[in-house]
Design a protein around this ligand. Sequence first.
Ligand SMILES: NC(=O)C1=CN([C@@H]2O[C@H](COP(=O)(O)OP(=O)(O)OC[C@H]3O[C@@H](n4cnc5c(N)ncnc54)[C@H](O)[C@@H]3O)[C@@H](O)[C@H]2O)C=CC1
Ligand SMILES: O=C(O)CCC(=O)C(=O)O
Length: 392
Amino acid sequence: MYQIKTYNAIAPAGLNTFTADYALNQSEHPDAYLIRSVNLHDESLPTSLKVIVRAGAGVNNVPIKQATANGTAVFNTPGSNANAVKELIIGLLIMASRNLLAATTYSAQHAEADISQRTEHDKTQFNGIELTGKTLAVIGLGHVGSLVANAALNLGMNVIGYDPYLSADAAWNIAKQVQRAATLPDAVKNADFVTVHVPKNADTYHLIDEKALAAMPAGVQLFNYSRLGIVDNTAVISALTTKKVAHYYTDFGETQLAEHPAVTVTPHIGGSTIEAEINGATQAARTIMTYLETGNVHAAINLPDLNVPFNAAYRFTIIHQNVPNMVSQITAKLATANLNIATMANAAKNQTAYTIIDVDDLQQLSQTDLITELNKIPAVIRVRLLKQSVNL
Ligand SMILES: NC(=O)C1=CN([C@@H]2O[C@H](COP(=O)(O)OP(=O)(O)OC[C@H]3O[C@@H](n4cnc5c(N)ncnc54)[C@H](O)[C@@H]3O)[C@@H](O)[C@H]2O)C=CC1
Ligand SMILES: O=C(O)CCC(=O)C(=O)O
């Protein structure tokens, strides 16, 4: 039985994806964590933990280095909530352009009997603009940014994208009418609206700072549905004071933003739709099952892709440092045990490498001995022995 520990509210419809071989929240020694936004940075990871899957996109709440050192694979569920964020951004763009917040607040405050006459007089103060023909800068064109860019094009907006690290796969998703900017200032210099959709990391901390704000035209409206810290809130408050920025919309509240009349804060609800939560939990459960049962890896944060059909009786999966001479040391251990290798594959990502070795004959006695021997190789981080679940 595999043991799963969940954090945060995980959609039950997604958890139902787990087969009867999986138990939820029943053990102090979990094989897997299925999480959303819980901050794991201050927790020590148990040695039993083989995989962490974040249902959602951002993994800034996961201590990746510590996980890798523990031999724990880390995944997210790319794209599972991107449509939810896109729809919210489009909703906010419409809200921003039609002064909907002020207009509905007015109506709530004027419920008197003769309101209809007064409304006809007062409504001009809520005159809006149309999005068609306006310019939107999209910073980060991954799963969320590409959907936002394409939807804004469909509303008749001019869309300028900036993403210096755009993957070839992600580029396929972007409509050709989205103009590519070579620099952040180029992307934002004519923007009526700027929306940021990048991961939080050392490079994106304060990506939107005083300098980036200075490059925007006066009266720009800014959206941060990525993470706290990607926009320098102090710089934004100054820019709001000088009316450089007309309004700031964000999913990430902070004391200095509270009650500012030109700031709208939503409580981290970008991915909070029934559909997105089910997508994320389902994708996370599938990722956990694939990794625990086959060791195969696709799009992990800290391991290379390695996908080998599991056709043999046994499989060793070995996470190790990406240093010379590892494969020969590993195969030497198997040769000493007189084992014939059916299939072997190896790949590396940054400082970490991953090796899969399939074998058909493995005596019960030699299993523990071999795992002990493989663990003795200095750069080995974690060895797992998987058994084929169906009889071959
Ligand atoms: N508010 C919410 O509830 C949600 C927030 N998010 C946040 O949005 C972020 C983006 O989500 P996805 O689009 O799904 O991720 P993604 O990984 O598909 O796309 C991120 C894109 O940002 C680009 N990028 C990285 N550094 C950049 C930089 N310095 N300048 C410009 N582009 C840069 C990458 O090349 C990539 O194309 C997540 O990391 C997460 O923090 C995502 C989903 C829900
Ligand atoms: O609703 C959630 O779990 C947060 C979504 C999010 O911020 C993300 O996917 O990065």
